[in-house]
Design a protein around this ligand. Sequence first.
Ligand code: SF4
Length: 356
Amino acid sequence: MSQSLPILDPAHGPSFFGFSRPRLADHLRDRGLPGYRADQLYTWVYQKHERDTGQMTDLPRALRTQLGESLDMRLPVSAKVLSSPDGNTHKFVLELADGKRVESVSMRTPRRLTFCISSQVGCALKCAFCATGLMGLMRNLRAEEIVAQVVAMGEFHGWRDDRFNIVYMGMGEPLANLAAVSESIRILNDERGLHLGARRLTVSTSGLVPQIRELAQLDMQVGLALSLHATTDALRDELVPVNKRWPIAEVLDAVREYGRTVNRRVTLEYTLLGGVNDGIDDADRLAEIARTLPSKVNLIPYNPVPGLPWKRPSPEAVDAFAQRLYPHAPAVTVRDTKGGEIWAACGQLGGLSASA
Ligand code: SF4
């Protein structure tokens, strides 16, 4: 599997955020420095939240200068931060070194802070209801560009929360960029770094079967969320076109096996589109699917995107769908759709401001 190498900017050196700790140690050794300095650097940046090597007081002064010149500690420029009126949701439009933009979202509830991060600029999969899909795929993100989104949001929030969750559910199909996504997971997971346990990390997919199996083999124990959105192949072919390649039964087999391998329930994401997939029959079929594997169902009332024909169902229709599911499906939640006012909600990223 190819690894994403840190971006090399001749003026600043490769990005620190693309290095796993073992690879950082190798990088330092190649420059004649002791490998254990990697542990110190990780602690300074990820645990003490200090990106200025000049302030890393337990390192010799000459080394601080040398590191400052050979590692790029900069984050993407925050081109825009939009905040919801209640101040609990923020959308970050981040500008990358090549001028491309990605969006990340932080969402606070009374119980937790969650960062939703992007894995690609745009997306090739063209799900019928998704603003990101309308952009097409511009490029994969590199591991450092994924990790940097987390650090940028952590800094924005002043690192007040030492426990937060990460969902790979922003722009792009994470499993279409598995090498960089898995490297970013290793970095976020590192005990000398942010030390985000696998229980705090969830990767979503629209159903790339070979990559679901590959992720299981990587044994990272992260949560998996399948963007199901339809219960028949005829409708899913229309809503999630990758279904034509890997139909529902095949995807569910892979997801079931993933859940078994990592010993975790998988999440079935189901966007409710008014008059399209929110009928009683749909609810019954969804319950039937959910019962075939250890799972929880997450219902997401659709967030309208201008130019696309889909409607959000009425609150009564959402409630009727959920009520029909409750007695028959193992666990059901209705996502309180955060951030609709600032175009930060699911399926809306890239809708307003992602294009460079
Ligand atoms: S829903 Fe996800 S996989 Fe589908 S087009 Fe949008 S970003 Fe891509």
